[in-house]
Design a protein around this ligand. Structure first.
Ligand SMILES: Cc1cc2nc3c(=O)[nH]c(=O)nc-3n(C[C@H](O)[C@H](O)[C@H](O)COP(=O)(O)O)c2cc1C
Length: 300
């Protein structure tokens, strides 16, 4: 089964940007590196996390549960996109540490309800993807019969305060949103264009340094979109990401083998990351020297 990598201009541009980044080799004082991730008070084997996907029953029976089980077996964080309460409960029951991402439903009370539910069933963190409010006919989007509405910074601040869980915003692709998120008390941001929600979107790694400046150590900064190898992950970590999410490449493996496929793919990418770290004298994921990455020529 062929994995469809590039489906829109933003995917293409993001891939080209990733490939334009070049890496030095550093061998003296090198060691076998650790890929351990410390996140929100827990330790994980890898910074390679599953993407915040949804609707995976089309790909495998009870696909979201398998998604989480594969992550748990690989010692990775599992992310969940939209979906019913029982689905999240089944994901948590696999033993996975789950980050639940909720849509910006126009019915704001349903968002609070889902935040409370994530907290009560033991999610690692909770948050929203803020980039799915509009459709291309320039109306407010509607997904699974639920109307969406854009979020204000004031509403975000109130939602962050409503829960004890770390709050994460997915779909940050500007300095402005990053600043507003940090002011609202957000503890994590995913730098993402969400599969090209906007064409010609800035590649996440291009804008990552600016988002990190705004985060100023007060929020974890994650990256997703088009990451498919250990070298891609290495570049994201070297440029300062805390961890990354991988969506479609893991989905491709879920379709083949369920949880086992997800686990194998996370482990394959992590092994490839470990090799890249060893070859650049990077001892652990927090101490990769940014100057090991150089800009080549970026053409798309
Ligand atoms: C089948 C599918 C379902 C998705 N559902 C959601 C969702 O419910 N919430 C969300 O924030 N992102 C969702 N996404 C977007 C992913 O989280 C991610 O941002 C995107 O796929 C880019 O990462 P990738 O290139 O690694 O796939 C979905 C993506 C796919 C392919």
């Amino acid at each position: 089964m062929e994995y469809q990598r590039r489906t829109n201009s933003s995917d293409l541009i993001t891939r080209a940007y990733l490939d334009s980044l070049l890496v030095e080799m550093r061998h003296l004082d090198a060691v076998i590196p650790s890929t351990e991730l410390q996140l929100f008070g827990k330790t994980f084997a890898t910074p390679v996390m599953t993407g915040a996907l949804s609707h995976l029953n089309k790909s495998w029976p009870d696909g979201m549960t398998e998604w989480a089980r594969g992550a748990a077996q690989a010692g990775a964080v599992a992310w969940s996109g939209m979906g019913p309460r029982e689905e999240l409960e089944r994901m948590v029951d696999t033993g996975a540490s789950v980050i639940k991402i909720i849509k910006t439903y126009a019915d704001r009370e349903s968002i609070y309800d889902k935040i409370r539910h994530a907290e009560s069933c033991g999610a690692l963190a909770v948050g929203l993807d803020i980039d799915h409010a509009f459709n291309r006919r320039l109306g407010y989007d509607e997904i699974d019969g639920m109307a969406m509405y854009p979020l204000s910074q004031a509403e975000l601040t109130d939602m962050v305060r409503s829960t004890k869980l770390p709050f994460v915003i997915k779909g940050v692709l500007s300095r402005q949103d990053a600043r507003k998120c940090v002011e609202a008390g957000v503890k994590g941001m995913v730098v993402s264009h969400h599969n090209g929600r906007l064409e010609c979107a800035v590649p996440p790694l291009m804008i990552l340094p600016e988002i990190l400046e705004e985060a100023a150590g007060q929020a974890e900064v994650f990256v997703d979109c088009s990451l498919e190898s250990g070298m891609d992950v290495f570049k994201a970590l070297a440029l300062g990401a805390s961890a990354v999410s991988v969506g479609r490449p893991l989905l491709h493996r879920l379709k083949e083998k369920g949880a086992e496929g997800v686990k194998e793919e996370i482990e394959r990418i992590t092994a490839d990351l470990r090799y890249s770290m060893a070859m650049t004298c990077s001892h652990d994921i927090r101490s990769i020297d940014r100057s090991v990455v150089r800009m080549g020529s970026f053409v798309w």
